[in-house]
Each structure stands twice: as C-alpha cells, then as structure tokens.
Ligand binder design. Structure first.
Ligand SMILES: *Cc1c(COP(=O)(O)O)cnc(C)c1O
Length: 370
C-alpha cells in the first residue's frame, strides 16, 4: 500500500467548501467587464476597513507592495534607518531597502520569536525613522512596549501583518495599533486570494491619501501625476474572491486555534520538541504551527518526516541578516540564528482532522527517536 502524502497546507478543502459562492463571484466580475479599480475593489476596501476597525484600507498588488508603499507613505526614504527583525520572510527587509532606507536588525525574544522590545532603544540613532515589527506565524509582537518607544522617540510604526490577518493584541486587530498595517493575500496566508494581493490599513488620512496615489502612478486624477508611484492594484477578481472569504475568516482562525490546541496536547511531552509559545496579550491565528527541535536533530527530522509522507517546512532556513544581500552588514543575532537552526513548521489548515494530526504526531515521534 502506498502511503498518502500529507501536505503542509491543503487549500482544496476551502475551495470545495466555497465553490458555488466563488464561482458566482467570478462570473459576476467577468460579466461586469470591469477588471481594475471597480466596484469589487471599493466594496472589499470598505469591508476590510470595517472588519479591522480602521478608517482606511488601501488595497494593493501584494504584501510586499503594501510594505514598500506603506513605508513611502509614512515618509521613510533615503538615508533613514528602520529597526526590524531578521526572523521573517525576506520581503520585510527588502521593502525597507526598496525605499532606499536601511534595515537595522535587532534580535528576537527567544520564546515568542518576535522582535525583542528590550533591544530596540540601543539600536536607535539620529537616523532612525521607524520600527517595523512582524507578527511572525500569527503571534502578536509585544506592541505596548513598541508603541511606547515609538512615542518617546517620535518614530513611525509599520506592522508587517502578512502572517496575521484577523489576529489580535489585547482585543485590537493586528495591523491597527501602529501608524500602518501591511497585509498579504498570497494564497497560503490566513486570508488568501487566488493570486497575489495586499492591503494597507491606517487611521491616518494623509498616509491613506499618499498610499492611494502611489498605487496608481502617483495620481489622484487620471493622467495628472503628482508623485513617482507604482502600478500596484488589487484586481476585481481577487477582490471579489476575498469578499466571499472575509466573512469566514474568524471561524477559520478559531479552527486553526483548535488544531493548534490539539497539537499542543499531542506534542507537549515529546522529547526535544518545544511547542509554539503563546502570549497573554496575543490572540494567535497560527498562520504556521512551528515547533522547535533541539539537540541538532531538526534537519534529520525534516528529512525523515518527508520519507514518512509528511510535508514540513523550515521558515526560514537562513535568517534575513545572513542572506547574501545583507551578510556584509555584519549583524550578529544569536537568538535569531538559533531559531533558524531549530524551527520546523508542520501541517496546519482550518479543517485539518484530528486523526491526521495523530498520524503527524506519531510520525514526528518516530522521526525524533530514530
Ligand atoms: C508573505 C509575507 C510578505 C510578502 O507578501 P507577498 O504578498 O508575498 O508579497 C511579507 N512579509 C511577511 C512576514 C510575509 O509572510
């Protein structure tokens, strides 16, 4: 008998569940003959702003563009420094470099894997313009301290919320505590489109206005360009699909928490395994369920799980400050580097079944003991 492969993420369950509604939404857009900046985009922006509890939601072409345009709209530019984490996807730092500012990496809290607020102040210089925390894997960064530091030094705060749409910090939605929240609708994210997409959330009228201009070639009015901008728009099809999905998001995130709680129970006694941290201030949305494997066993476990038919991923094998484009900056971040050696993300999606989780847990035990 051939063993069945358990992928790290299964999007087919959700597509099947929503098939009729999604198909109707797609038909509606095709029939409308409007594909860019139409009714669907405007409606989605209104609905997303209402869901998040912010004044403005500005849709763009990707999470990366949300960061680039968000940084620019916040006034970050050449010569500025932005304090951020290196335990993230490359795009976080890439966006800072794209606006000709410099990423200043500080180490993570070894438990939460998020930017350690206790290390921020010593990294501040006269050039520091902003702090860019990432709510990594869906767990909130410690926003209270970050906001206090930003107020003390007059810095902007841009939240990379690509992995945490719907997540919370003490009752407020992530991405709405700082000046700007940046979201990604990459298909694998908690609120995923069926293609690329992104969003900027802000309560600041001025930032929203500039972001709205930057996404359409720096113009308020067609063919009257006031800024050097981008072509970065969410299209009508993706907006229509996201409108179908948004009302389900809270339920799906709750199901992710239930899957995570089951894993916690199955894995907490396992030798050499540390289950993901929780934080009292965070409403976790488990974009990933990421365990840590000690005793230098992570790479072997990763390989063995693959042989056993379980898809797992290492997010991220090389921390951003060690990647070829940033290695010359010479940052040394011991906790970030240790995390990169130990982390392993195992399968999670809202409707992952208990019996499949048991198979995964048993395979993990086998892989660790062999
Ligand atoms: C996915 C992701 C991005 C980039 O989003 P895209 O939509 O793929 O451009 C940025 N930051 C983090 C932390 C991400 O996980």
């Amino acid at each position: 008998m051939e063993a069945t492969w358990i992928p790290i993420l299964n999007l087919k369950v959700e597509i099947e569940e929503l098939w009729d509604e999604i198909a109707a939404a797609i038909h509606h857009v095709l029939r409308s003959g409007t594909f860019i900046m139409g009714q669907q985009v405007h409606a989605f922006e209104r609905e997303a702003a209402e869901y998040l509890g912010v004044k403005h939601a500005v849709s763009v072409n990707s999470g990366t563009d949300a960061l680039v345009i968000g940084l620019k709209a916040a006034g970050v530019g050449p010569g500025d420094e932005v304090i951020t984490t290196a335990f993230t996807f490359f795009a976080t730092a890439e966006a800072i470099s794209q606006v000709n500012a410099r990423p200043v990496f500080v180490d993570i809290d070894p438990v939460t894997l998020n930017l350690d607020p206790a290390l921020i102040e010593q990294a501040i210089t006269p050039r520091t313009k902003a702090i860019l925390p990432v709510h990594v894997f869906g767990l909130a960064a410690e926003m209270k301290s970050i906001m206090e530091i930003s107020e003390k030094y007059g810095l902007k705060v841009i939240e990379d919320t690509a992995q945490a749409f719907g997540g919370g910090y003490r009752g407020a939605k992530l991405g709405t505590l700082g000046d700007i929240g940046c979201y990604s609708f990459f298909p694998s994210k908690n609120l995923g489109a069926y293609g690329d997409g992104g969003l900027i959330a802000t309560n600041n009228d001025g930032i929203a206005e500039v972001a709205q201009m930057l996404r359409v070639h720096g113009s308020r009015q067609k063919y009257y360009n006031e800024l050097i901008g981008y072509n970065s728009r969410l299209d009508e099809l993706q907006a229509a699909i996201l409108r179908v999905k948004l009302p389900h998001l809270d339920h799906w995130n709750e199901l992710r928490r239930q899957v995570a709680a089951k894993y916690d129970e199955l894995l907490k006694e396992l030798e050499d395994v540390t289950i993901p941290a929780k934080a009292p201030y965070s409403e976790h949305v488990y974009h990933q369920y990421t365990i840590r494997i000690g005793s230098n066993k992570r790479n072997d476990v990763h390989t063995k799980l693959k042989e056993l038919g379980i898809g797992t991923m290492i997010y991220y094998p090389t921390p951003v400050h060690r990647l070829p484009v940033y290695a010359h900056l010479g940052f040394q971040l011991p906790y970030t580097e240790q995390a990169a050696r130990e982390v392993l993300s195992i399968p999670i999606w809202p409707k992952l079944e208990h019996h499949t989780q048991k198979i995964i847990a048993e395979s993990l035990q086998k892989a660790i003991l062999s």
